[in-house]
Design a binder for this molecule. Structure first.
Ligand SMILES: O=P(O)(O)OC[C@H]1O[C@H](O[C@H]2O[C@H](CO)[C@@H](O)[C@H](O)[C@H]2O)[C@H](O)[C@@H](O)[C@@H]1O
Ligand SMILES: O=c1ccn([C@@H]2O[C@H](COP(=O)(O)OP(=O)(O)O)[C@@H](O)[C@H]2O)c(=O)[nH]1
Length: 968
């Protein structure tokens, strides 16, 4: 039974004494920040929350009169922290009617025990024992409550499938670069499925217990690969819960991770956490990479983004509680033990290994290196010995059982070969040690051998360093380069590749012969690290980041575009008499191919863009209404739109509105004058260069633009290539050209200045109105699409808040780093003439040919020869017509809806997150036609004088709307 003093481990010593006034100031400040919560808001060292002690849990000593200062410290309220890990810091063993609680082994427990200050910690986890009876559960719950622990009860079968099976036979090996079980693939696949179900079930049980303990404002910190689904289950229960997840193992390269059958489900579940932490930058990088490659999400320096939702991902290297070790060395118990060991080892050098008996720890490799050393250096035989502590772990997993026999066999062989009647070269212990024994061993040995094949961090190396300072002869740390610790203690350690036995043998020789000054210097370096990067600092940083992350996310949502108010938007549509619906195509209403045909983001989604099947009926209904004008405004080529929408009665605006036709008519161009396409050839060369070097990227050659698309390429690589490409473009072919470079999420597009949806829209509207026998004002506009930022001026075009005073030639361009790009502005100004028809405020212009069809569609090689026809307009008889837009539009903030689809930030007022939402919305619009559409519309005629925007004096002249001067 652990002594009473042990309970202090969880809660730690009293908090630092701080002046009372400072305390009050802090509380006041936090109240100011979060008046309703008494300071539950985020921020570094936010610690102070509500005035409430934790006496009921037994974490704070109760019943005794506290000195005034201590009482004040209790009043200073630490943030409640729910630590959730598979294993509780104590494992329970039944002892008659009671319970024997034994400290659990392993780095996770050691590190978390080192977190003592700043939080009111409650630990939730499995006590390592099956307790089927209610009585037993109640008494164990009570016993654990005294230690600040809350048990999660798992039955034997769940433990077998979840812990032994999925956690330790699938995830653990895989995360340490040991492939999935292969012996009998079919059986392994079958059992993996049921193990995964048990895994999810266990995670659900954890979630329920956490939820039962949870109070608003708590921080919930989930730990390790056992609990990857937990963040999701918790967020399902309360989406406002602050949830962090930390992985104590490595996260492998995405090439390894992607072999896992249920790879996506686990990643998605983990991503619901607010903050995800790893020991090293490499593990974090691998994780982000897995999310981008497997889920197709965007990796940013901050973390992983999914449709605007950011999950922060970062490295938080763990540490130990060095004082616990340093102070232990001063105790009589440890001192005595050191003395005994020194006497026992006298005259010999001693090397130490302390590991759980796990295949990742490289114990056989360590033994083989020692064997080679003894073989190569007979002078050291009988002069050096190895003490190997191999703590039994996961003993129900067959792999671990096999390892035990293998290690015993090697130890036996080496001892038989190099031992004598009076000397045993390897002292192998298959058991754990008491804390004082471990400290004494750390302090009295000359070399520690950490030879992990992979290891999340490895705290044994930290503990060894902490215990070395007090003795005069600093020990040497031989450390595997595949442990996380190599990144922090690497400079002071002798790094080895544990797979290279020869190299390890060499390192042993160097370590045993290292001169004192070098040992001192290395130790000094390591000791500084270990004593500054503590477990407490690790937890403080993680929790503080988590608090900050949640606050930042809240701030971000303030800037997020509002979700389209569906009922209002449908209601206004129903009430209106003459509607204009402008709709994007790609990523707005296109179908996503999912399932076996499309397994990942790098798979071709569609050979040709396909209209979402759910849109067909709604579009047909809406198109049948003479008082609903539908315009598809897309970057796609004319042929693509022809194919997708040819059967409907609607307007198609291809290539960002540069070409327009009604499906019952011919294509015409909306371009006011020839586009300068001189830049095309040189840009094509750059695009080809990058195509050759970026697998699965391709070039789309359009009549008015050139697009390099990398949507099927490796996302990370594509982004890097896109950045390089931009540099090539700006410094080369387009440095003096009047073009815009438009960066899509997975594309780079070059177009002449003036080619944008916003620039084209008034010409489109004017043409539609001119050609249509329209007798009613347009009193409802919906402009909806997945438009790139360059094209977002289409939203503001109609915005009644900016009535027809748009600065369409703003020369300020933001570059990716947010700075003003003067060159881009100048280029734009240089090309202003291209758009001159639009320069008159209050007017819309339309340009068309008399014949209606402007471009000869025949292609003779490069389409840009074809587009040269833009410069040769002798045969085209141009006619310009100006319309007063206020005459035809009667929209207000209530009846104009701009809506971005699937974009995180936008100039639109509203957003929908996916095509599915667009489909639903359009179905709702179509459902408003309860009676035949011909009867449904009988609104005010065009000659009425509506004054809702204070400007409309209308007059229809024959079939065409003619502009009138305001006020006439
Ligand atoms: O709980 P067990 O199955 O008996 O295993 C013990 C722990 O092993 C792993 O420890 C890891 O955490 C350490 C601290 O971050 C790190 O230094 C080490 O490299 C890791 O292997 C495991 O991740 C824990 O969950 C287990 O409790
Ligand atoms: O008999 C022992 C030997 C070691 N340890 C502890 O087990 C942890 C091992 O952590 P490490 O990070 O090195 O590896 P892990 O076992 O977590 O993979 C260290 O804190 C040791 O102090 C223990 O509890 N009992």
């Amino acid at each position: 039974m652990l002594g009473h003093s042990w309970s202090c481990l969880l809660q730690g010593p009293p908090l630092d004494v701080e002046p009372y006034m400072q305390e009050l100031d802090l509380i006041k400040l936090l109240k100011l920040l979060s008046p309703n919560e008494g300071g539950g808001g985020g921020g570094r060292r936010e610690g102070v929350r509500r005035v409430e002690s934790y006496e009921s849990s037994g974490n704070l000593s109760s019943g005794q009169q506290q000195p005034q200062q201590l009482q004040q410290q209790q009043q200073r309220v630490a943030q409640r922290l729910l630590v959730v890990a598979n294993r509780l810091p104590v494992s329970a063993i039944r002892d008659g009617d009671g319970w024997d609680l034994k400290l659990s082994a392993g780095g996770l427990v050691s590190a978390l025990l080192g977190v003592k200050q700043n939080f009111e910690t409650r630990w939730i986890g499995w006590a390592g024992v099956n307790v089927p009876d209610e009585e037993g559960r109640a008494s164990l719950t009570e016993a654990l409550a005294l230690k600040g622990c809350v048990p999660v009860f798992l039955d034997e079968d769940t433990v077998d499938q979840y812990y032994n099976g999925y956690c330790n036979n699938v995830l653990w090996p895989l995360f340490h670069y040991i492939g999935l079980p292969q012996e009998d693939r079919l059986a392994a696949t079958r059992s993996m499925d049921s193990q995964f179900n048990a895994y999810k079930h266990a995670n659900q049980l954890f979630a329920q217990v956490v939820f039962s303990q949870y109070q608003e404002g708590d921080v919930v910190w989930c730990h390790d690969y056992h609990l990857m689904c937990l963040p999701k289950f918790l967020k399902d229960l309360d989406s406002h819960m602050k949830v962090g997840w930390f992985l104590h193992t490595p996260f492998p390269s995405s090439e390894i991770y992607r072999t896992l059958p249920l790879r996506s489900e686990l990643l998605k579940a983990v991503l619901t956490a607010d903050l995800i932490g790893f020991h090293t930058y490499d593990y974090a990088r691998h994780f982000v990479s897995a999310c981008t490659r497997i889920l197709g999400l965007e990796g940013t320096p901050e973390g992983v983004e999914d449709h605007g939702k950011l999950t922060r991902v970062s490295a938080f290297p763990i540490g130990i509680d060095p004082d616990r070790f340093i102070q232990a060395l001063e105790t009589d118990q440890v001192k005595l033990h050191i003395k005994e060991l020194r006497r026992f080892f006298a005259g010999r050098k001693v090397m130490l290994g302390v590991d759980r008996l796990d295949m990742i720890k490289g114990i056989p490799q360590k033994l083989l290196a020692f064997e080679m050393f003894l073989e190569k250096h007979p002078e050291w035989q009988e002069n050096v010995l190895l003490v190997q502590i191999a703590v039994p772990t996961r003993t129900d997993v067959p792999e671990y059982q096999r390892l035990t026999s293998q290690v015993h066999e090697i130890v036996g062989r080496i001892n038989g070969r190099f031992g004598s009647v009076t000397f045993v070269p390897i002292h192998h212990l298959d058991r754990s040690l008491a804390f004082h024994e471990l400290c004494a061993l750390y302090a009295s040995t000359d070399v520690v051998l950490v030879t992990s094949l992979r290891d999340g961090m490895n705290l044994v190396s930290y503990e060894y360093v902490a215990c070395q300072n007090s003795k005069k002869t600093e020990g040497v740390l031989v450390l595997s380069e595949f442990s996380g610790a190599a990144q922090s203690l690497g400079a002071g350690a002798l790094l080895v590749n544990p797979w290279n036995i020869r190299e390890m043998c060499g390192a042993i020789e160097v370590a045993l012969n290292m001169p004192e000054n070098e040992r001192k210097e290395r130790q000094r370096h390591n000791f500084t690290h270990v004593t500054t990067h503590t477990a407490q600092a690790w937890a403080d940083t993680f929790v503080s980041e988590l608090n900050d992350t949640v606050v930042e996310a809240e701030l971000r949502t303030l800037h997020t575009v509002l979700h389209l108010p569906l009922e209002t938007a449908v209601g206004r549509f129903r009430e209106s008499k003459n509607r204009l619906l402008i709709l994007g195509f790609n990523a707005t209403i296109t179908a996503q191919v999912e399932g076996p045909r499309r397994r990942g983001p790098d798979q071709i989604m569609e050979m040709n863009l396909q209209l979402h099947p759910g849109m067909r009926d709604s579009l047909a209904t809406l198109c049948a209404d003479p008082n609903t004008i539908l315009v598809i405004l897309s970057g796609s080529e004319r042929t693509v739109l022809d194919e997708a929408f040819g059967d409907y009665s609607m307007w198609l605006a291809a290539e960002n509105g540069m070409f327009l036709r009604h499906t019952h008519g011919e294509w015409m161009t909306t371009m006011p004058e020839p586009l300068n396409m001189d830049w095309v050839e040189s840009v094509q060369l750059v695009f080809d260069y990058f195509c050759e070097r970026t697998p699965r990227s391709f070039v789309e050659t359009r009549e008015t633009s050139l697009v390099w698309n990398y949507k099927y390429a490796d996302g990370e690589f594509g982004r890097v290539q896109a950045r390089n490409m931009l540099q090539h473009l700006w410094t080369g072919p387009i440095s003096n050209a009047a073009v815009d470079v438009v960066q899509g999420s997975k594309s780079v597009e070059v177009r002449p200045v003036g080619v944008s949806k916003g620039a084209a829209i008034d010409r489109i509207i004017a043409e539609i109105i001119r050609s249509k026998d329209m007798r009613l004002q347009i009193d409802y506009v919906m402009c909806m699409g997945h438009f790139l930022s360059k094209d977002e001026d289409v939203y503001t075009y109609f915005d009644p808040k900016l009535p027809f005073e748009r600065d369409r030639h703003s020369s300020t361009h933001l570059t990716t780093n947010g700075k003003l790009d003067k060159a881009a502005g100048d280029r734009r100004l240089a090309a202003k003439s291209c758009d001159r028809y639009l320069a008159k405020s209050n007017k819309m212009a339309v340009v068309r040919t008399k014949s209606g069809s402007l471009l000869s569609p025949e292609s003779n090689g490069s389409p840009y020869t074809r587009s040269n026809s833009f410069t040769d307009r002798k045969n085209i008889d141009w006619e310009t017509m100006e319309l007063d837009s206020s005459v035809v539009m009667n929209i207000s903030a209530d009846t104009y809806f701009s809506c971005a689809v699937g974009r995180k930030s936008s100039a639109a007022r509203y957003s929908l997150s996916s095509t599915e939402e667009v489909v639903d919305f359009f179905q709702a619009l179509a459902n408003t036609y309860s009676k035949p559409v011909s009867e449904a519309n009988s609104g005010p005629p065009l000659h009425s004088s509506s004054a809702s925007m204070g400007l409309h004096v209308l007059q229809a002249a024959g079939d065409q709307l003619c502009p009138l001067q305001c006020g006439t």
